[in-house]
Write a protein that binds this ligand. Structure first.
Ligand SMILES: CC(=O)N[C@H]1[C@@H](OP(=O)(O)OP(=O)(O)OC[C@H]2O[C@@H](n3ccc(=O)[nH]c3=O)[C@H](O)[C@@H]2O)O[C@H](CO)[C@@H](O)[C@@H]1O
Ligand SMILES: C=C(OP(=O)(O)O)C(=O)O
Length: 431
């Protein structure tokens, strides 16, 4: 298992390219199952999760071709053509679903197009139990018959799914995406109320519209979808990754550096920008993206994670890393996932002062973190430890970085290009 070694203390200076959003791409790729035409996705990030989704779709019978240039640096193959001419297999097996929860996003499209699907239950992960009950209840409202058997969701529908008025009792990103895709091929109108408003959900909606779907209310909490008999192929560019952007913005801030993030959109991340500014960080739009500079000190601040447009849970761990070096105390409250503080004990091994009480954490800033051996437990916990390592005195080694590769492309190259002392140590045992 790879590890990342960092010698901290260098202010980052330079340019960091931002890729397409993992969480948008993971919803856009299964949308290809809704049509026999070709869906061409550009600005696709090069990540382990994307490969996992490609493997899952391939075993359903999707034909794929990887093209495109590498104008954003790094790997070629940012353009993926997906053609689900014939869906030969409607089972999403445990071995692929267990690697990545977003695999459950094939359920809605398979059910809508083929009238049946057998999808392994994703199960929990390090950050919470993460059930999919809301996806299943909503699909049942559309006429699906669903049984759980042997760890699998067995779903089928006689004829077509039927439009329904669905009120989600809780905002769910994946639930909204699954149901929106299913509704595009249903009979009649579906209304999704209390729908997720995340930019990645809107990205999927815009792509579905490009494929011929009729969707109103994109970007709002109420989506109105008129079902169609069929959709067609389309070309679509994945929205920039606001979480990757936010992570590198914190990297600039925590090292008291000055970095331009290129290829991103500041309008996707107002809550994060507002928080960084409250801390004393300079954040400004540039022609190519945004600039983040923290030449003075950082003040503590309070945040609470909430569905979009609130502060994203996927930025909570990174912001906490920043707060460990801020002056004064900060309170962080996590409202989305019940167990998203796995980075806390690791940050404390680096000298951070943090007390967790239920869903809140009080962080008291320290003048300096100190480098240590730490263990990454999930994706954003991994990035928070990298950020802490960039600021810490001495050497930090982040073990188990395979989580990181799920969501960050060439992280060590991008940081090293801005002056960070960081390297990947390949293939040694993590323990
Ligand atoms: C691939 C992807 O896009 N992942 C994102 C997506 O995850 P994901 O789509 O899994 O997150 P949800 O928005 O569905 O989950 C929000 C909350 O609702 C709960 N819930 C959800 C569905 C359900 O059927 N029952 C239920 O109880 C979850 O356990 C969680 O507590 O949104 C999360 C919240 O912004 C982000 O952290 C993840 O990075
Ligand atoms: C929690 C995340 O992803 P996933 O939903 O794929 O686990 C994330 O991107 O931070």
């Amino acid at each position: 298992m790879d590890r990342i070694r960092i010698v901290g203390g260098t202010p980052l200076k330079g340019i960091i390219p931002i890729g397409g959003a993992k969480n948008a791409a993971l919803a856009l790729m299964p949308a290809c199952l809704l049509t026999d035409g070709t869906l061409t996705l550009s600005n696709l990030p090069h990540l382990v999760d994307i490969t996992t989704m490609a493997n899952l779709l391939a075993q359903h019978g999707v034909l794929m071709a990887l093209n495109g240039d590498s104008k954003n640096g790094g790997h070629t193959g940012r353009v993926l053509e997906l053609t689900a001419n014939t869906i030969g297999n409607t089972t999403a097996p445990y071995d692929l679903v267990r690697r990545m929860r977003a695999s459950v996003l094939v359920l809605g499209p398979l059910l809508a197009r083929c009238g049946q699907a057998r999808v392994s239950l994703p199960g929990g992960c390090a950050i919470g139990t993460r059930p999919v009950d809301l996806h299943l209840k909503a699909l049942e409202q559309m006429g699906a018959k669903i049984e759980l058997d042997g760890g699998y969701i067995n779903a089928h529908v006689d004829g077509r799914l039927k439009g329904a008025h669905i009120i989600f009792p809780q905002v769910t990103v994946g639930g909204t995406e699954n149901l929106m895709m299913a509704a595009t091929l249903a009979q009649g109108e579906t209304v999704l109320a209390n729908a997720a408003r995340e930019p990645e959900v809107a990205d999927l909606a815009h792509c579905l519209v490009a494929m011929g779907a009729k969707i109103e209310g994109i970007g709002t909490g109420t989506l109105r979808i008129q079902g169609a008999d069929s959709l067609h192929g389309a070309e679509y560019s994945v929205v920039p990754d606001r979480i990757e952007t936010g992570t590198y913005a914190v990297a600039a801030a925590i090292t008291r550096g000055d970095v331009e993030l290129v290829g991103t959109r500041m309008d996707l991340m107002e809550s994060v920008v507002k928080t960084l500014r409250e801390c004393g960080v300079t954040v400004e739009a540039t022609e190519r993206g945004m600039r983040v500079a923290a030449l003075d000190g950082i003040n503590g601040t309070d945040i609470m994670t909430e569905p979009f447009p609130g502060f994203p849970t996927d930025m909570q761990a990174q912001l906490m890393a920043l707060m460990t070096t801020a002056s004064g105390a900060s309170m962080i409250t996590e409202t989305i996932f019940e167990n998203r503080y796995m980075h806390v004990p690791e940050l404390m091994r680096m000298g951070a002062r943090i007390n967790v009480h239920g869903s809140s954490a009080i962080v008291r800033g320290v003048p300096k973190l100190s480098g240590a051996q730490v263990m990454a437990t999930d994706l954003r916990a991994s990035s928070s430890l990298i950020l802490a390592g960039l600021a810490a005195e001495g050497e930090t080694v982040v073990n188990r970085v395979y989580h990181l590769d799920r969501g960050y492309e060439r992280v060590e190259e991008k940081l090293a290009a801005c002056g960070a002392h960081i390297e990947r140590i390949k293939g040694e045992a993590a323990e």
